[in-house]
Ligand binder design. Structure first.
Ligand SMILES: *[C@@H]1O[C@H](CO)[C@@H](O)[C@H](O)[C@H]1NC(C)=O
Ligand SMILES: *[C@@H]1O[C@H](CO)[C@@H](O)[C@H](O)[C@H]1NC(C)=O
Ligand SMILES: *[C@@H]1O[C@H](CO)[C@@H](O)[C@H](O)[C@H]1NC(C)=O
Ligand SMILES: *[C@@H]1O[C@H](CO)[C@@H](O)[C@H](O)[C@H]1NC(C)=O
Length: 846
């Protein structure tokens, strides 16, 4: 475990400087904002405890998850970003959000927040990014949002928002991105929007908008993408003024109930994507389309006339869909004959269900698919030699799995989730950042020809080398949108350092980069480190990063480990250097100990339900859990924020992952996430030995069982002292640390304060004891250890002797102020059992 921290040591040093810098300002967050945050939080349901860090301290200086602050000139720190992407939050948005008066980024995307958008958000005049996509928000858009003079990006897509688009939005002088698709917005698109000087992307597809398409939008000076699919502008035609949108890159008005003719599109030199399908348009196919166009979908209309030479010389064309119209004449083979193809290029020409009667030449190359089913010329298919083109066929967009590469490198260590960068020549194993990335309104319809370009485009924007980005897979979704899983690999090291993680995550989450309009706007779905979040080192960072980049969480985790490492090293310089070396070995061996996610723990214990609690100690509570494979386990959940607990947590994992014996309890795994530390053990259904010795128990243990238990515990300790290498001093042997399984086999538990036995000195002699502060449980403590502070194996044996006395008498080691050793040994000696027994046992050993 310590080793896990050490992996991040370098990173940690970087972070700690930022961290101290933060502290040294000695300012706190504006009390009004702190208060607002607390109310905001209290309005959320946070089943995963993602906002636990909000329980304590100050938002800015204690690194609350998702809270980022700005330095300021006044006496307080102010909250500048609230980034809570993908945190499983439900509940509602509190009006107190409006009190975060210096907020620039508000990001609640991909949660399950319901209720309405509070109008008070309109008070945050500094707000630049308002990101609410992917929630369950309802109600209407407050007019007050229009008061935000700096708002650059409004994303409310994929919610249940209804009502009209407020006219006040015309005041958003700095808005570039209005993404409001997949809601229930109704009414007319307000013509007032035409005044928005820097509007680039207007996405309002999949709503209930109606009325006429406002001609005024034709004078939007900078509009690049206009996507209004799946609305009902019944009776409207496409205003002629839209011919004047000379900056358009994408025009998508699919299924909008539009009538009339298609206006002149010849003055749009950058138009790359045209979708006017599923309307009632008539007239002819537009001519003089931009030479960059990739996709033309005019299917399911009433278009007539011929497919003349309109599409000749369009070298980027990927798809022409003209099916289900009333087109006549010949299929012009010049479309593909006039075109130079690159190796990855494909072209789909879907002309099905028209009135086409001839084809100029039937010789199309293999990367061109021509579909002619349902045209009169298919009657003469065999004559024209086009039988294969006349089969009924639908064209499905394909998605692709990962490309596999030849690789002669040895496999990477399985337990660490390290991978090789498939694009790199080297055998370096590294931990990539996985990014869920979706193009919301791409200007292409076939990805492979653009993959290389996309990779180099995105990597240059992110200041990475092009081989550092690997597109693991992609999938077309309805929209169409292009959903990709990206992996960012460190260049030549095995890990990105934390400042790189923060930089990359921050860049992606704050839309600091502007990707080319060919790809349209992107959205960030997730961001995590490694393929699964079950490696502890990774999950620390991944959660941080996931959250959209929770500098806070990262710094929090990192600073915790700094504090721990520093504290531990300072406290025990000599022993730490030893166990550090050990623990890096341990880290490699950790493969039989699983790292669980917090979620898995929640599931196993039914959210730490009281009925699953089976014990409680100074360390925290113990729950009985069921893993998803059906295994019963005991889950020990550390009390929050106890550094003592944290240290014991590490020690326990370190020892138990290394020690295996049938009389030692076995560690199944651990969970170290979200400020929670849990240890997962095999479940011991008969509880602790102490339980069975108390008078409460009806059924008392038989003598043979007691003997069996005594032997078992002694074997466990013998193993620790004589077989483990290096030997271990348990330091806390007591009846409540001896657990009993279903057959009453004894297993020694709780290595939280255990210590390694001393290692040989330079001259080869072994000191035989460890000088240390006295720890353990009163009543079990070896008097010699108390006096000399020298811990030896014999101290454990003494404690075990006390346990034996308990076994024999059923008494507690100290009861009513009397010590069992003093009281009982006298009795035993008088009864002839021999006081020397314990003593002899303590002398001859190993
Ligand atoms: C948007 O709405 C359309 C139509 O209801 C649906 O097909 C599509 O899946 C939705 N898109 C998303 C991203 O939810
Ligand atoms: C396009 O813009 C020009 C100049 O602003 C204007 O004269 C013309 O009427 C507009 N065309 C349409 C169809 O609105
Ligand atoms: C079909 O087109 C070919 C080539 O242009 C032409 O030779 C032929 O006469 C045409 N057939 C009909 C029935 O028009
Ligand atoms: C982190 O990594 C980047 C890129 O590899 C490097 O430029 C930077 O100096 C590193 N930062 C630290 C503090 O190591």
């Amino acid at each position: 475990m310590v080793g896990v921290f050490l992996i991040f040591y370098g990173a940690v040093l970087t972070m700690s400087s930022t961290f101290t810098l933060h502290i040294s300002q000695a300012k706190n967050t504006d009390p009004a904002e702190v208060c607002a945050l607390r109310i905001i939080r209290s309005n959320f349901t946070d089943p995963m405890g993602n906002l636990k860090s909000w329980d304590n301290g100050d938002p800015c200086t204690s690194n609350w998850t998702g809270v980022f602050c700005a330095t300021s000139n006044d006496e307080y720190l102010h909250i500048e970003q609230l980034q809570l992407l993908n945190y499983n939050l439900s509940g509602v948005l509190a009006p107190e959000l409006g009190l975060l008066s210096q907020l620039k980024i508000m990001d609640f995307m991909w949660n399950a927040i319901s209720g309405t958008i509070p109008k008070e958000i309109g008070n945050i005049t500094s707000l630049r990014l308002l990101l609410l996509s992917g929630n369950k928000l309802s109600g209407s858009l407050p007019d007050e949002i229009g008061n935000l003079p700096r708002l650059n990006r409004l994303q409310i897509d994929e919610n249940h928002i209804s009502g009209p688009i407020p006219k006040s939005f015309a005041n958003l002088r700095n808005i570039s991105h209005l993404h409001m698709n997949n809601n229930s917005l109704s009414g007319q698109i307000p013509y007032e929007l035409f005044t928005l000087p820097v509007l680039l992307h207007l996405l309002v597809d999949n709503n209930n908008l109606s009325g006429l398409l406002p001609p005024e939008l034709g004078s939007l000076p900078n509009l690049r993408i206009l996507q209004l699919d799946n609305n009902n502008f019944s009776g409207s035609s496409i205003p002629a003024s839209y011919s004047n949108m000379t900056t358009l890159v994408k025009l998508s008005l699919r299924n909008c109930n539009l009538h009339g003719i298609i206006p002149d599109l010849s003055r749009m030199p950058q138009l790359g994507y045209l979708d006017l399908s599923w309307n009632m348009l008539n007239g002819s196919i537009p001519s003089n389309l931009a030479i960059y166009i990739t996709t033309i979908d005019l299917s399911h209309n009433f278009l007539n006339g011929t497919i003349t030479s309109t599409f000749n010389g369009l070298h980027r064309l990927q798809q022409v869909s003209l099916q289900n119209n009333q087109l006549v004449g010949s299929v012009p083979s010049s479309i593909w004959q006039s075109r130079a193809f690159n190796p990855n290029d494909t072209l789909i020409l879907n002309f099905q269900n028209n009135s086409l009667t001839n084809i100029t030449a039937a010789d199309c190359p293999s990367n061109v698919t021509v579909l002619l089913f349902g045209n009169p010329l298919c009657i003469n298919a065999s004559q024209l030699n086009i039988v294969h083109l006349c089969q009924p066929k639908s064209v499905n967009q394909t998605s692709e799995g990962p490309t596999t590469y030849q690789n002669t490198c040895p496999p990477c260590p399985v337990d660490e989730h390290y991978e090789r960068n498939p694009l790199s020549m080297s055998c370096q194993c590294s931990l990539p950042l996985t990014v869920g990335f979706r193009l919301k309104s791409p200007g292409i319809s076939d990805f492979p020809p653009y993959m290389k370009d996309f990779e180099s485009h995105l990597t240059s924007l992110l200041h990475l080398l092009s081989h550092q980005l690997y597109i693991e897979s992609y999938m077309w979704e309805s929209g169409p949108r292009l959903n990709m899983s990206l992996k960012l690999f460190p260049n030549s090291s095995s890990l990105f350092n934390s400042s790189e993680v923060v930089r990359l995550a921050g860049t992606l989450a704050s839309w600091d980069i502007h990707i080319s309009d060919v790809y349209g706007p992107y959205e960030l779905l997730s961001l995590s480190r490694g393929p699964r979040e079950s490696d502890s080192s990774k999950s620390r960072l991944s959660k941080g990063a996931l959250a959209g980049i929770l500098l806070g969480a990262i710094v929090g985790a990192a600073s915790l480990s700094v504090m721990l490492t520093v504290l531990i090293m300072r406290k025990h310089p000599r022993y730490y250097s030893i166990s550090r070396k050990k623990s890096s070995v341990t880290t490699l061996k950790l493969n039989n100990v699983k790292c669980f996610t917090f979620e898995e723990m929640v599931l196993a214990t039914r959210n730490f339900c009281k009925s699953t609690q089976v014990g409680q100690g100074g360390y925290g509570k113990v729950y009985k859990g069921t893993l998803d494979d059906g295994r019963l386990v005991a889950i020990k959940r550390a009390l929050e924020g106890t550094l003592q607990g944290s240290k014991e947590f590490l020690t326990e994992i370190e020892f138990l992952s290394r020690l295996h014996h049938r009389n030692l309890v076995s560690l199944v795994g651990y969970c170290d996430e979200q400020n929670e530390q849990m240890l997962v053990y095999e479940f011991m259904c008969n509880g602790t030995l102490r339980d069975h010795l108390s008078e409460k128990r009806n059924e008392s243990l038989s003598f043979s069982k007691r003997l069996h238990i005594a032997l078992g515990s002694a074997r466990g300790i013998l193993y620790l002292h004589c077989e483990a290498d290096p030997p271990v001093f348990h330091r806390d042997i007591k009846a409540s640390n001896i657990l009993l399984d279903s057959k009453f086999h004894a297993k020694v538990a709780d290595f939280g304060i255990s210590r390694l036995a001393p290692v040989p000195d330079k001259d080869g002699s072994i000191p035989g004891y460890v000088s240390t502060v006295v720890k353990g449980t009163p009543g079990y403590l070896d008097p010699e250890y108390i006096l000399t502070h020298q811990l030896t194996d014999k101290s454990d044996v003494y404690s075990l002797g006390v346990v034996f006395l308990e076994l024999l008498t059923g008494m507690r080691p100290i009861s009513h102020g009397k010590n069992i050793v003093r009281e009982q040994l006298v009795q035993f000696s008088t009864k002839g059992i021999g006081c020397g027994y314990l003593w002899r046992q303590r002398q001859a050993y190993c």
